[in-house]
Write a protein of this length. Structure first.
Lengths: 176, 67
């Protein structure tokens, strides 16, 4: 298999994985919001919340804190889904005959910024959870945040290198 | 653009076609055409040297600055 077809195959596989990730995250966000709604109407159902998370103690402590935490969790999932969607857009926009375009560079930069937003949201979420766990027992669900900022930084560096590549390409175009 | 390329003038003086010049300076026809029509953004010294050598002229005969 030539390098060209291998790269194209990898991109197709990545596109499929990105779609699976996007759909999975949207389903997870939807599931959390639906179970939250059901939990409000029928508090006994909270113990059977999505992925077995039991936030009945938090709901009993304060409904607004409970709403806030669920909203943050849903927002994080939606932002992650949006990141996956942007990856899908990059993979569908990129043309192997001319991959270095400012459009793709901008999209990569936006992915880095979104990952950074996710990281901030996760920090707030973890902070809230830690603060509430002082008063509410058995509060779990902390999300690992350190890898997110590393990914955001990595994607940002790649986007800047890509941008430089586009600038050099533009400069060399129409040079005889 | 302030820099004007007078390549067609020199080619006419030397009675040389674009194809012939392209072969002699080892530049593709499309690149030479880009230069001749003034669409080029930059010219390498090596290209300028090759053209001047073939057309037996100075860089100033090919490139002209107008305000």
């Amino acid at each position: 298999m030539s390098i060209k077809t291998k790269t194209e195959t990898i991109l197709v596989v990545m596109n499929v994985l990105a779609w699976i990730t996007f759909i999975g995250l949207m389903i997870e966000a939807g599931a959390i919001l639906v179970t939250y709604g059901i939990g409000l109407a029928n508090p006994k159902m909270i113990t059977k919340l999505y992925k077995g998370m039991d936030w009945d103690n938090l709901r009993q402590y304060d409904v607004w804190y409970y709403t806030g935490i669920i909203s943050l969790k849903a927002a994080i999932l939606i932002l992650e889904a949006y990141t996956a969607y942007m990856v899908i857009k990059v993979l569908s926009t990129i043309k192997m005959t001319n991959p270095f375009t400012m459009q793709v560079a901008k999209k990569l930069e936006n992915i880095a910024y979104t990952l950074m937003l996710v990281w901030i949201a996760v920090l707030i979420y973890n902070g809230q959870l830690k603060w509430l766990s002082k008063d509410v027992a058995d509060l779990e669900g902390k999300i690992l945040s350190i890898d997110l900022i590393i990914y955001a930084g990595l994607v940002f560096v790649i986007s800047q290198i890509f941008k430089k590549g586009v600038e050099i390409q533009t400069e060399n175009e129409l040079t005889v | 653009m302030p820099i004007i390329v007078n390549l067609d003038v020199m080619m006419a003086k030397r009675k040389m076609s674009l194809n012939e010049l392209s072969e002699k300076v080892d530049l593709t026809l499309s690149n030479l055409s880009i230069l001749k029509t003034g669409k080029a953004k930059a010219v390498r010294f090596s290209t300028l040297e090759a053209i001047c050598k073939v057309l037996n002229c100075q860089p100033g005969d090919i490139l002209e600055y107008v305000e």
